[in-house]
Design a protein around this ligand. Structure first.
Ligand SMILES: Nc1ncnc2c1ncn2[C@@H]1O[C@H](COP(=O)(O)OP(=O)(O)OP(=O)(O)O)[C@@H](O)[C@H]1O
Ligand SMILES: [Mg+2]
Length: 405
């Protein structure tokens, strides 16, 4: 792989993080700079105030440029929000030639047959990711080029998104002089950052519990199987604390981060009050009970988004939790006892990644790091064979045309 500088912008509901990396090889990635600033103008993953969002993105990009000494001309950008829907669809084509040899252009034809679905008004296909191929009905083929068959099926995972939401986000990025290299669904990015190859092969559910959304992805047989976005995350926890304990939102947020726990420690449970500056205080037990109730509900919502109730067969490796909200102590134990499946917390796996990467160990940065990793490594285990069959080419060119119009 040629040495290449790539950048990504993770436009989160609570923070915008820009990362600049020098990719020498898949497992030799030097992080040159990261710029993290509080996010404004976003609600549940969607831009609601263009001017504010633009400002946050611009400040984050500037900071990453300052640290890395590199100008960010283009970047991969994360996409999330309730407007995202997904389904698995099959594309079937005949191989009409006498030699019945599968060629790269056949994969493109099959993929284009698979993505030819009817989408709701105002939506477009964001990703069409090949999961595996079947040759004359024989399933599970990952690399069919060079093999013989009369019929080629491609099983794909298709993700659709609202044109308006994507357009507004892309406009914010482009208006500060940064071209959108590609759009990447955030749970795909987070999965890339926190899951092991074994988990993806065996079957695993990944949930990135951020500030505004919980981004879910199920991986099976080494590729993406299901994606979903739940518009409930850390913001709602803070809001519950604020309303439940009668505290201003920013104090509730501080209290959550400093004392929040879903399995409160007994000694503290007996101590009646926990305090913060400006004379605000609350019962530790009440604080933890409020957090626990919301997290129990959210953990159940994650399973409700699954395409089957047989979670054990779907995901023998259980649930991997990441995102800023997983900093809540005890969340993995709570998940395990409530859902009765294995649950672990996932920090970004940084093997082969070095440089200014200290903060990237925090689960809040799973998406940020994943936005760099997915374009480099993700295609490997999504059976993508050619650049043009790639993650998002069609969508990007679709909205590029829209901007020109
Ligand atoms: N120690 C902590 N305890 C509890 N919650 C925490 C802690 N640290 C961060 N959080 C919460 O994590 C959330 C932010 O997580 P993250 O940075 O992953 O979100 P985001 O990427 O900005 O948002 P999203 O991905 O939902 O658009 C906030 O709600 C914050 O309160
Ligand atoms: Mg996020």
């Amino acid at each position: 792989m040629a040495k290449k500088i790539i950048s990504a912008i993770d436009v989160g509901t609570t923070k915008v993080a820009t990362i600049v990396a020098n990719v020498k090889a898949e497992d030799d990635i030097e992080v040159l700079g990261v710029g993290v600033v509080p996010s404004h103008g976003l609600h549940k993953g969607i831009v609601v105030n263009m001017e504010e969002a633009k400002q946050s993105i611009a400040t984050s990009v500037k900071e990453a440029q300052r640290v890395s000494g590199i100008r960010v001309d283009s970047a991969y950008v994360g996409v999330t929000g309730r407007h995202i829907t997904s389904l698995n669809n099959k594309g079937v084509i005949a191989i009409p030639r006498d030699d019945r040899l599968v060629r790269p252009q056949d994969l493109k034809r099959a993929l284009s047959a698979a993505r030819n679905i009817t989408v709701a008004e105002g939506k477009r296909v964001l990703h069409a990711i090949p999961r595996y191929y079947a040759l004359d009905g024989q399933e599970g083929v990952k690399q069919p080029v060079g093999m013989h068959a009369s019929r080629l099926d491609v099983e794909t995972h298709i993700i659709t998104a609202s044109v308006t939401s994507i357009q507004n986000l892309a406009k914010c990025v482009r208006s500060i002089g940064v071209d959108v290299e590609d759009l990447i669904l955030e749970p795909l990015a987070s999965g890339e950052a926190v899951l092991t190859a074994e988990e993806r092969d065996t079957g695993v559910i990944m949930a990135d519990i951020g500030g505004g959304t919980t981004d879910i992805a199920v991986f099976k047989n080494g590729s993406i199987y299901h994606t979903a976005i739940v518009p409930v995350a850390g913001y709602q926890v803070t809001s519950d604390i604020s309303i439940g304990l009668g505290l201003p939102f920013n104090i509730a947020e501080k209290m959550k981060k400093r004392y929040g726990n879903v399995t409160p420690t007994l000694e503290l449970e007996e101590a009646v009050q926990v305090g913060l500056e400006n004379g605000h205080s609350a019962s530790y037990k009440d604080l933890c009970n409020i957090i626990r109730a919301r997290m129990e509900e959210l953990l159940q919502l994650i399973l409700m988004e699954m395409p089957t109730s047989d979670y054990h067969s779907l995901a023998p490796c259980g649930l991997v939790l990441t995102g800023g909200t997983t900093n809540l102590p005890g969340l993995d134990e709570l998940g395990q006892s409530l859902l009765r499946i294995p649950v672990r917390k996932g920090r970004p796996l940084t093997a082969g990644i070095y440089g200014i990467s200290d903060i990237l160990h925090d689960p809040s940065y799973a998406t940020t790091l994943g936005l760099i990793l997915w374009p480099i490594r993700g295609k490997e285990h999504s059976a993508l064979q050619t650049k043009n069959a790639g993650v998002l080419g069609n969508f990007v060119s679709f909205f590029r045309r829209l901007f020109r119009a």
